[in-house]
Structure formats: structure tokens, C-alpha cells
Design a protein around this ligand. Sequence first.
Ligand code: ZN
Length: 419
Amino acid sequence: MTEAVSAGWVVPVDGPPLEDAYVAWDDGRIVEVGRGRAARHYDDAIILPGIVNAHSHLEYAVYAGFGDGQPFGSWLGTHIARKRALDYDEMVAIARRGAAVSLAAGITTTADYSFAGAAAAAAGELGLRAIVYLEVFGSDPGEAELRFNDLRSRIAETDLVRVGISPHAPYTCSVDVYRWALSLGIPIGTHLAESANENEWLEHGAGPLAPSADVLVRPTGRRSVATLADVLCPELLCAHCVEVDGGEIALLADRDVPVVHCPRSNAVLGCGTAPLAELRAAGLRIGLGTDSPASTPSIDPWAELRAAIYASRARERRPDALLAGEALRLATLDAARALGLGSELGSLTLGKRADITVLSLAGSPYDPIEDPSVAAVFGGSPSRVLETIVDGQTRYRQGENEWQEVRSTASAARRRMLA
Ligand SMILES: [Zn+2]
């Protein structure tokens, strides 16, 4: 049965915006995008492709504020210590809250790096599309394999929830672990060049990470990007890429490495900000990611869009360093391409999956809407998301999904961590 939704504007992202338009879908795929009104119509609203969050940790959805103001190394230590207080069910409860908040914010797909695999159960239960990259650590591929198989055995893969692997970072995983992970032929993602501390450890065995030497790999004498030079490839999704120089950007571009920009996380942790203009100019595939409340105040893609614009325009001292439409692309089509899903997701295009976000601008300074991309990016917020549709199914509708139990079980888990 064909369903449709219409609004004052439709922004397909891969083509010009359409005024007074609709999107129709059948069996989970988009079958029509055009001018006109559907029975289900939203005034003063914009229909967008569902937001693709290219970097998250749903399992840290209630970790907000832990270790705020601490240097990167001790911040990480605080999180590891508190996480030890949780059992698996509590991790699922927290991840469920992360999935609920994501859907309510207009996110339809998330690329989630998962410590316990709990994110997979949570995303599946709430109907959030996800690639769940199971995290592995250490120098020994054999040990990483044991850990991966253990996590993997708890997860039922579905059309909506796919399993991937995440060697955590070049300072916690050996290149051999990356090689083994790549040999699995499943989605793979890592953290790369997030902070200067990472380079200090890898190059010189020094800096704020040094006291945690027992959980780190031995220094390689090379910077982070150079450490991974042998394994950089189009499949390896690399979150952050803050500490990259011109030569390293050229290497990433040469290998067609997909990158995720997380401007709020990088700013809050005092890591700096990625050279987005240079990364874009080099032709890299770049998605936008909220990261998690462990390092970012909220799972809020709208705040992330604005942060990307503020950081880029401030750094470049140009108002056109990142335009609203370009930012929106980073959070939709470009993010989908970074995940290798550009032919299925990220734009309102015939044949693609019906992943749709409806955003109200009613009563905002952008109403009546002049430029829908500017209005969505500068005026959008989770509280303005009216409906989130994943694979043709409504997974969130404002006023209907309160998720009371999800909220309270996650809060109880946070209370235990604070005890
Ligand atoms: Zn991360």
C-alpha cells in the first residue's frame, strides 16, 4: 500500500527543494517525490531525508558530564571506571534511551561504535536503522577475535541492524588487529587522530596517555595516520581526523578513506577542530556525527549541524566556508556515502529507502520559510521534529512516543554509575 506525506517544503538533498510537495513510498521504498498535497500534510514544515548520524555510541547515552574539564587521558579513565559498574541489561537500557533520543531528534540511521553490543538490541527494538561496529582492543588479533565472537553471539542481525567491527583506535589496537578486522569483510570503523595526545603517545611514548600505558599499544614512532598507513582504505570509516596535516589529508584522499566530522565532541574535549575545508577540498567522503553524551552535550544533529558551520566559518574566516545546504548534505547523503550506503540512503530519491524526517519551523524566526536548507539547519532542533519514518514505518511522532520506561530504566543505570 502506498503511503505519502506532504509539507510546505520537501528538500530531497540530491536535487533542488520543492515547495508544497510530497514524498510517497511503498513497501519501504520511495516511489514518488513531487509537487502536491497528501492526505497527511504538515504546514510550516520541511520534509527531509532522515538524518544519518555517522558517529555515535548509544551505550553512552546517559554519560553526560562525566569528567568534564579533565584532559583526554584522565577523561577516558573516568569513563572506563564508571562503565565497569554496569551489567549488560543496564547497558541495553542506556542504549535504548540513546535510540529513542536519536529517533526523536530525526535520526533514522546511526553508525554506532559499541562496547558491549547492547546498541544492536536497542536499535532493533525501537526501529532505528544502525550499523553496530563491535569494539575490539589490544595487540593480539587472536584475543580481538575471541572478544568479537563473544559480542557477536549476542546479536541478531536484521535488515535494519547490521553488524560491523571497530578496532577502537591506533593507540589501543595494533595494525595486525586492523588487518584481521578488515579481513572479515564487514563494515569497519575506528577513531583516528582525535587528539594531539594520541600522536604524542604513538610518536614519543609520552604525554597524558602515558599513565594508561597498560591499555595502550606500544609506541610506533609515527603519528596516528602514518601508523595506520598500511590499512587505510575506502572501507575504513575514520571518526574525528582532527590532528591531520596536509600530507596526511592527501594520504587519506588517495586511499578514499571515509571520514566523520564531530565538531562538538572535539570542541568540548578541547581536542581542536578538524580542518573541514581542507578535507572537503581533498574530495573525501565526509559524514557528520554527534558522537555520544560522553563527550557531547546531547544526541542532537541540529546542534551538530550548526557547530559544523560555526567551526568551519570561524576557522576559515569566510561566511561561505560551509553553506547550510552543504552542512545538511554532510548529515544525510554524504554521511550515507561515507558508510557505503549512498545508493540506499541519504536523499529523497526514487528507489531509495523511505527514511524521512519531518521538521516544523512554525513560529520560528525562519517562518514563513524562504530557504528551506537555511531554515532547517539554523532553526532545527529535536523539539521541532514532528515525525521520523524509518523504512516506511513511523518510529516517532511528536506527542505519541514518551518512552517513559525507557527514560526511567536508563536514569536508574546512571544513578548506579554515580553511586
Ligand atoms: Zn567515538
